[in-house]
Design a protein around this ligand. Structure first.
Ligand SMILES: NC(=O)c1ccc[n+]([C@@H]2O[C@H](COP(=O)([O-])OP(=O)(O)OC[C@H]3O[C@@H](n4cnc5c(N)ncnc54)[C@H](O)[C@@H]3O)[C@@H](O)[C@H]2O)c1
Length: 257
């Protein structure tokens, strides 16, 4: 799909995956709405892209905020791609194994919060973006837009203590095909990327060196964490290649935990 005259919405657009993808899609000529709550990083990235792309403070937990971000993208140019790559507010408590050795149970609030951050919000962004894309003139290829969600290898084989996150990401994997079926008559594709472990801002608390030391050896080959631009390369290919539809692509260097 040619997005050179279009706009792109990226939730978590100031983040590791989102920022790398913004840089690549802006190079293709798209105007990007960087939708995030990281004001400083978001504004700096918009200035760096410098092609009419904007940062818009957007909370993915709020329907009004997501609708406003989609409207902002539409105001720039027809919305051709939505890349959903956000984190979210921290959970209300620590979580852990479903039932711990001490007999404690993961709270329902913790489970529900994780689903809200990683799955419900992804549906919200996907559906609002698709509604906007449905109003686009189709391109010569008869396509109107593409939606790219971010799953995780935890959606296939999560670790102990990852039931809420694995369930949310499993939901993303299921949603990729279901969205594709619903949106096919509108000429809108739906895909998901399931990353392994990538060095993004998500590991800032741990520190880059510690993260590399901990997670690099888990990868089959190459024996290192992924780089955000490797995610962005795949996102670009999904945007450009109209025959990619309805599936989740693992991007993990062969990691199987
Ligand atoms: N990094 C990895 O190893 C990895 C692996 C698998 C899946 N993922 C998934 O990739 C996605 C992006 O993660 P990342 O690694 O790029 O992390 P990141 O921390 O670099 O980026 C996430 C971005 O989301 C933003 N954000 C936080 N709360 C928000 C809110 N309420 N509204 C809007 N934006 C908000 C943050 O400010 C940040 O810029 C997540 O869904 C994560 O689960 C990451």
């Amino acid at each position: 799909m040619d997005i050179s005259n279009g706009s792109v919405l990226i939730t978590g657009g100031a983040g590791g995956f989102g920022g790398a993808t913004a840089r690549r899609l802006a190079k293709l000529g798209a105007k990007v709405v960087i939708a995030d709550v990281a004001d400083e990083r978001g504004a700096a990235l918009a200035a760096e892209l410098g092609n009419g792309s904007v940062y818009l403070r957007t909370d993915i937990m709020s329907e009004d905020s997501v609708v406003a971000a989609v409207e902002a993208a539409k105001a720039l140019a027809p919305l051709r791609a939505a890349v959903i790559a956000h984190g979210g507010p921290p959970p209300p408590d620590k979580g852990g194994r479903t039932v711990g050795r001490d007999g404690s149970r993961v709270s329902l609030a913790h489970f529900a919060h994780t689903i809200a951050v990683y799955l419900t919000s992804a549906y919200l962004v996907s559906s609002v973006a698709a509604q906007a894309m449905a109003g686009n003139e189709p391109l010569d290829s008869n396509q109107r837009g593409v939606i790219i969600n971010t799953a995780s290898i935890a959606g296939f084989e999560g670790q102990p203590g990852q039931v809420p996150y694995g369930a949310a990401k499993g939901g993303i994997i299921a949603m990729a095909l279901n969205l594709a079926r619903d949106l096919a008559p509108l000429g809108i594709r739906s895909m998901a990327i399931a990353p392994g472990t990538f060095l993004t801002f998500a590991y800032a608390m741990m520190g880059d060196d510690k993260a590399k030391e901990t997670f690099g050896p888990l990868v089959l080959n190459p024996k290192r964490m992924g780089e955000p631009d490797e995610y962005a390369m795949l996102a670009q290919q999904i945007v450009e290649n109209d025959f990619l539809n309805s599936t989740t692509i693992r991007l993990d260097g062969g990691q199987r935990f």
